[in-house]
Design a protein around this ligand. Structure first.
Ligand code: HEM
Length: 336
């Protein structure tokens, strides 16, 4: 038995992220070389994976594995010959699980083009599709193909210098490197850490601006002034100059920190200076960010929304570590 995909003699396109507004969302080449691949998925179209083989092949089964959240039980396979259009061959009904699922076709087909369509699917947690048109299974190859395509691009996996196909598989064998699960976990951190935090902050900021009309007017005046200086264009440099806006966002993050507490596990016994209190190895330490941000000792009248708490002088007058919306130290938010 041989795998059609074994020698890399195929071209793959995915719709795993459906929003085609690449200007807005940037990172267009997350998966492959196709403009249709992008970060965000919100168009509600079915996702699909298209495989263009180098020559017509006989396909008798395929294997699919999902990673991350997936919804899409009503799926079908389309196939076509060299110049023919794609036709629906069979429905298939995968389960919303992460283990490998095998689908045997009712009868083998001859095809050059295949399209796996996942109707009603969403990809909130950036599922990875690992697929094998069968004769036989070459899972490692497919995985390494996906990863090598990823790492060839300038996407965020590049941040993990350790991510090279061989490292991924060494990791699976217990040696250093990132495993697929670890990479998937990173993807999830990006979605949850990067999206929810920002959207919640914007919501609370607008809520406070709606309640505090004077502050709203000040922000608008500043924005209008700086936009005019930059010819009406929103630019990185221009936004950096919006100091009062920065204060407003900082005050929003004080009053409503999206990450309300930080948690760490103590790795060795530690005596708190000038006390006989010992934090023992293994203890879970919780840092109450919300509590600090609303402590009247550091932020008098803490319920009041007051961006002046973040002018230069006020910031200098407080201990640094009482304001922790993005955490601190080595694990500080990369979006900070
Ligand atoms: C208002 C927006 C944001 C807030 C309030 C926020 C908050 C935080 C906090 C408090 C941490 C540290 C957690 C800890 O120490 O245990 C963190 C970590 C992280 N954040 Fe954010 N975040 C924001 C935006 C973003 C964005 C836009 C991204 C991605 C582009 C992002 C990606 C991450 C990642 C990857 C980590 C883990 C860093 C590490 O463990 O080394 N965050 N974030």
């Amino acid at each position: 038995m041989t795998s059609i995909l074994k020698d890399g003699a195929f071209n793959c396109r995915v719709s795993t992220v459906l929003n085609k507004d690449v200007k807005q969302f940037g990172k267009k080449h997350l998966f492959d070389d196709n403009d249709e691949t992008c970060w965000n998925s919100d168009q509600g179209l079915p996702q699909w994976i298209a495989l263009d083989l180098q020559k017509e092949e006989t396909v008798s089964a395929f294997h699919i594995q999902f990673q991350g959240g997936f919804v899409g039980h009503d799926c079908h396979l389309e196939a076509g010959l060299e110049n023919g259009s794609l036709e629906i061959i069979e429905q298939f009904y995968p389960e919303d699980i992460n283990s490998l699922q095998v689908f045997k076709l009712r009868k083998p087909i001859c095809a050059k083009h295949l399209r796996f369509v996942f109707n009603g699917s969403t990809d909130f947690f950036a599922p990875r599709f690992i697929y094998c048109a069968k004769h036989s299974l070459s899972l490692d190859y497919i995985l390494s193909h996906l990863i090598s395509v990823h790492t060839a691009k300038s996407d965020f996996l590049k941040l993990h210098q350790a991510v090279a196909p061989q490292n991924v598989f060494r990791a699976a064998g217990g040696k250093p490197g990132l495993s697929m699960d670890q990479i998937t976990a990173q993807v999830m951190v990006f979605f949850i850490g990067g999206f929810e935090t920002t959207s919640v902050t914007i919501s609370f900021c607008l809520y406070e601006l709606a309640k505090n009309v004077n502050i709203q007017k000040c922000v608008m005046t500043e924005i209008d002034r700086i936009l005019e200086e930059y010819g009406g264009e929103i630019t990185y440099d221009g936004v950096k100059e919006m100091k009062f806006l920065d204060q407003v966002v900082s005050e929003t993050l004080r009053k409503y920190p999206p990450v309300a507490f930080l948690s760490r596990k103590c790795t060795k016994d530690y005596t708190i200076p000038d006390t006989d209190l010992v934090v023992e190895k293994g203890i879970q330490v919780v840092i109450p960010v919300l509590g600090l941000h609303r402590d009247p000792k550091y932020f008098p009248d803490p319920e009041k929304f007051d961006p002046e708490r973040f002018n230069d002088e006020a910031k200098r007058s407080r201990p640094h570590y009482v304001y922790l919306p993005f955490g601190e130290g080595q694990r500080i938010c990369i979006g900070a």
